[in-house]
Design a protein around this ligand. Structure first.
Ligand code: ADP
Ligand code: ZN
Length: 728
């Protein structure tokens, strides 16, 4: 590793500021490439990583010395290469990547012992706003202990305020041992007895891990086939070889149920990394990933950016899931970046799903990924019987959404003491509030979107910006009273209909807005799995890898919902969603059924779902995309130009369109500008362009040259989304 003596110039990638490493002088004691350092940036002190020899971006005489080296394991060359590649691929500024890779508090503090401030019972002798903020910070984090610096930052107070509180005995200082080690995992213990298919699949995955280098495998198994059991065998192999394993799951699928399965297999809990993990455990997981003592990390999307020391395996479970795409800040797809990271680290990557993304299916079809199939459910469980209910024939009366055949089927299951699930991918009570006198639809003041009625909260809510207002009784436009009507169904309204049909049934609604945070949602899901509800009414949250053993009937209220609109992935997403939801049914002994309400049972997507012809569906979808030059057979980047001044936004978008030569020269096409489907969000006007190219084109380089040719003024933002999942 390259070392730099005190005073020698070095390049440092900072967590803030410009999109390139800046040059500094090495501090006393010198630094090595990868060292975490504190660097002066203007008047501030900023976290950074020594990237390598100085770039020469500034004259040597002007370089400032680094403040110091932090007591953290240096970032490995592989990790630096990974961050640089992700930044390059997604056109994300380097500082944003450094922040993604350092999302643990107190990185600079020495690991041996640390001071923690804790709240006592004693109130302050005098309330001040600063003191109130300190108390609020404790309350917000459930009275955890805080490092002094952390608390100053969280509460926005000076160290003096804390000293004052400490002198009064309102807070006390404790010296605690360094982060507790993770318990050892037992990789040698026998797993469950596997079925023949499972054993064959596990053997292939184990062999891949044992071979040691990079490999990628699609593990395609129907819901309930035991994919988890199988990939845990690959984890066991990885652990036995002394390397670290990472299992990625959609945030909401990171349930206690899942962690218990891991514990049952390896005798202890793995390290966790998701939104519910507190500050202390974040820091602990980050450091233990870096020093290699966290052998298995189970986490959501951003766990991919942990500083593993010897990564041997990455599993991406439910790899088709849309939540792997980060839609904010750095726009990366954790599934694709997991493959990139594995290839850099020489690790095995396993992409598991019952309904893989077309990208992954195509990569397996072309031989780029290996593919392993588990076509049957484990044990006696069989796949649910699927049937369509033709809503043109069995239309329920106006204002109702449950057809007669579905009603009868639910009644029969409830009578038998089994659980039923009604699926509708719409939050709230009604998607539309309309004045019957003048026809006005209530919209959001800040967005080009209708307000959605949420009756439990008693408010109209904008699903774009979160703004709320009271449910009006008087039309905001014409002033007529008593003519406002809620139109269309959401899960809350469906629950109302269900309550009138099955007044005796215990009904639970699962919707992301009806719980505070992922943790409480997981708790509700587990209660349902435990049998605390007869009837479950849910949005797409119910599709995410949960096991409801008592559930034997799934009713899809409106299978056509996702097929409307021009989204490139409409059919693929509908296929995945309905197959996944239907797959919740009949996962234990009792055979399950899924009934699908639709006005177009002959639609190819729905036909494939009903007949179980997955391969036929993917082949047809693949050939459509191939002919259109669309992903995965072509490349795309979505460009959103946004700002509060509509005229300026259009000016910039048109200027970009005119400057499209670098794209055309590289072999890419540029479409637009056109108003985005949601043309205004939070008061910002939005205009879209779309770049499309054949696969071999170096699209990012062309995009960079293009954007540099038409720089936007500071009040207009140009966001680029490479491999977009949505086009809103
Ligand atoms: P998938 O991830 O493919 O949906 P899971 O791994 O969750 O499937 O397995 C479905 C159910 O079958 C789980 O309850 C799991 O415990 C059980 N199961 C799967 N394989 C085995 C096995 N070999 N022995 C015992 N139970 C198993
Ligand atoms: Zn809004």
């Amino acid at each position: 590793m390259r070392a730099f003596a005190e005073g020698e110039p070095v390049a440092v990638a900072l967590a803030e500021g410009l999109d390139r490493p800046l040059d500094y002088r090495a501090p006393a004691g010198g630094v090595r490439a990868g060292d975490f350092v504190a660097a002066p940036l203007g008047p501030r002190r900023v976290l950074g990583v020594v990237w390598g020899p100085a770039t020469g971006e500034a004259p040597e005489a002007k370089l400032r010395p680094l403040i110091g080296r932090l007591d953290v394991a240096p970032m490995r060359a592989e990790m630096r290469a990974f961050l640089a590649r992700v930044a390059d691929y997604t056109l994300t500024p380097l500082p944003a990547m450094v922040r993604l890779a350092t999302r643990a508090p107190g990185l600079g503090e020495p690991p041996a012992a640390r001071a923690l401030l804790r709240l006592t019972e004693r109130p302050p002798d005098r309330e001040t706003p600063a003191r109130a903020r300190v108390l609020a910070a404790f309350a917000e984090y459930g009275n955890l202990g805080f490092a002094p610096g952390e608390l100053c930052q969280l509460a926005g107070v000076s160290a003096g305020v804390l000293k004052g509180l400490e002198a009064q005995g309102v807070i006390v200082r404790e010296i605690v041992a360094r982060d507790a080690a993770y318990p050892a995992l037992d990789a040698d213990g026998p797993g469950r007895a596997l079925s023949e298919d499972q054993a064959a699949a596990a053997a292939r995955l184990r062999a891949g891990v044992a071979a040691g280098g990079y490999s990628a495998t699609l593990l395609k198994g129907v819901t309930g086939s035991g994919k988890t059991e199988v990939y845990l065998e690959a984890v066991a192999e990885c652990l036995a070889r002394g390397r670290q394993a990472l299992v990625l799951l959609p945030e909401i699928a990171l349930s206690a149920q899942f962690l218990e399965r891991v514990e049952a297999r390896f005798g202890a809990r793995p390290a966790e990394w998701h939104s519910g993990v507190g500050q202390t455990n974040r820091r602990r997981a980050w450091r233990a990933a870096a020093d290699g003592s966290a052998r298995l990390v189970v986490g959501a999307r951003s766990a991919l950016f942990l500083p593993f020391r010897a990564l041997g395996l990455v599993v991406v479970d439910e790899e088709h899931d849309g939540s792997y795409k980060q839609e904010d800040g750095a726009l990366y797809n954790a599934r694709d970046m997991a493959v990139l990271r594995a290839s850099i680290e020489g690790a095995t990557v396993v992409l598991a799903s019952a309904t893989p993304s077309l990208e992954t299916w195509a990569n397996a079809a072309s031989g780029k990924y290996a593919r392993i199939d588990l076509p049957e459910r484990f044990g006696t469980a069989t796949l649910p019987e699927m049937a369509a209910i033709d809503m043109r024939v069995d239309a329920p009366p106006q204002g109702r959404w449950i057809s007669e055949p579905l009603r009868e089927a639910v009644s029969a299951r409830l009578a038998a003491g089994e659980q039923a699930l009604l699926f509708l991918n719409r939050r709230g009570y009604a998607p539309l509030t309309l004045c019957r006198a003048c026809g006005t639809q209530v919209g959001c003041a800040q967005c080009d979107a209708r307000m959605v009625e949420h009756r439990f909260r008693g408010r109209l809510v904008c699903h774009q910006c979160g703004a709320t207002r009271p449910i009006p009784t008087v039309c905001p436009s014409c002033g007529v009273e008593g003519r406002m009507a809620a139109l269309g169904p959401g899960v809350e309204r469906l629950a109302e209909e269900a309550a009138s049909l099955w007044p005796e049934a215990r009904t639970a609604i699962l919707s992301s807005d009806l719980a505070d945070g992922a943790g409480s949602l997981r708790a509700r899901i587990e209660a349902i799995a435990g049998g605390e509800a007869d009837l479950v009414i849910g949005t797409q949250i119910v599709s995410k890898g949960h096991n409801f053993p008592l559930l034997t009937l799934v009713g899809v209220i409106d299978a056509d919902l996702g097929l409307q609109g021009a989204d490139l992935r409409a059919a693929e997403k509908t296929f995945q969603l309905i197959r996944q939801v239907a797959g919740r049914s009949g996962r234990a002994e009792r055979r399950g059924a899924a009934l699908i309400q639709t006005c177009q049972p002959e639609h190819p997507c729905l036909r494939a779902i009903l007949t179980g012809d997955d391969e036929g569906f993917w082949r047809a979808e693949a050939s459509l995309r191939e002919r259109a030059g669309a992903p995965p057979y072509g490349r795309m980047a979505g460009i959103v130009v946004s700002g509060t001044d509509e005229a300026r936004v259009w000016e910039v978008a048109r200027a970009l369109a005119r400057a499209g030569e670098p794209l055309r020269a590289a072999g890419a096409m540029l479409w637009g500008p056109a108003p985005a489907p949601i043309a205004r969000i939070r008061g910002r006007h939005r205009v879209r362009l779309l770049a499309q190219s054949p696969k071999g084109v170096a699209l990012q380089a062309a995009l960079r040259a293009w954007l540099a040719a038409a720089p936007a003024p500071s009040n207009v933002r140009v966001g680029v989304d490479v491999d977009p999942q949505t086009f809103l």
